[in-house]
Design a protein around this ligand. Sequence first.
Ligand code: NAP
Length: 252
Amino acid sequence: MAEQSENKIALITGGGSGIGKATALAFARDGAKVVVADKDIQNGLATVAMINDINGEAIFVEADVARTSDVKSMINTVIDTYGRLDCAFNNAGIVDPADSSAAELPEEVWNKVIGINLTGVWLCMKYEIQQMLKQGGGAIVNSSSVLGIAGATIAAYTASKHGVVGLTKSAALSYAQKGIRVNAVCPGFIDTPLLNPYIDDSDAKATIVALHPIGRLGTPEEVAESVVWLCSDAASFVTGHAMAVDGGYLAQ
Ligand code: NAP
């Protein structure tokens, strides 16, 4: 079967690590030309090098998704380089410190988490959609979480990921008849650097693993496959969907 992403241009924010890195590689393997965006230059360039090692094509763009000027220039670089943007994975995100219930959460932590995880996704979508409208279509996947559907005591993260699901549905409705599909992925706990502080001892890790009926953490590659599929023409009737990739977490 021909690769679904052949000759498509795919942008991945937070592409220097974890789920974003795995998705950048998955898009490249599937035939896309990949734009890896991250605020971490070294990690972003390392993902590009890994793509080049498998004979894929990729460029790196330094961008902080919480900064409007960075997001605008990220999209400009995509268009200056490749002339269009077919697929966008708005994936960059951070998590609050472990003990961050609503009343204890410092305001600056709230602002930072919401600024990156929610406002950052909105900013990226704003300029991605403007380009996709000009070219007549595209597909966007936003990074939510099982904590975008279920609650947890990390207040800002949970609020931001619920917000991403709402924003995804809103944009899906606004642009459904303009050839732009907008979906979200809701991963369970995935073995990436973001999770390290939460699984630093074996008891803590076992508690988190036990939340997943499949009985293990997910891998970044398992999320990546879902994102590539959601962006592909195979998902042409799928929009406004929040797809759980969670080892059964939300089925309970
Ligand atoms: P990760 O390994 O920490 O990767 C996130 C990447 O995004 C890092 O390279 C990070 O750079 C970058 N980044 C952070 N803030 C940024 C900003 N303002 N602008 C641009 N890049 C930024 O995390 P991950 O686990 O792959 O998470 C990716 C996404 O999946 C996040 O939105 C996360 O909430 C979501 N998610 C993760 C899990 C999980 O269990 N891992 C579960 C559900 C959802 P630095 O390293 O310099 O910060």
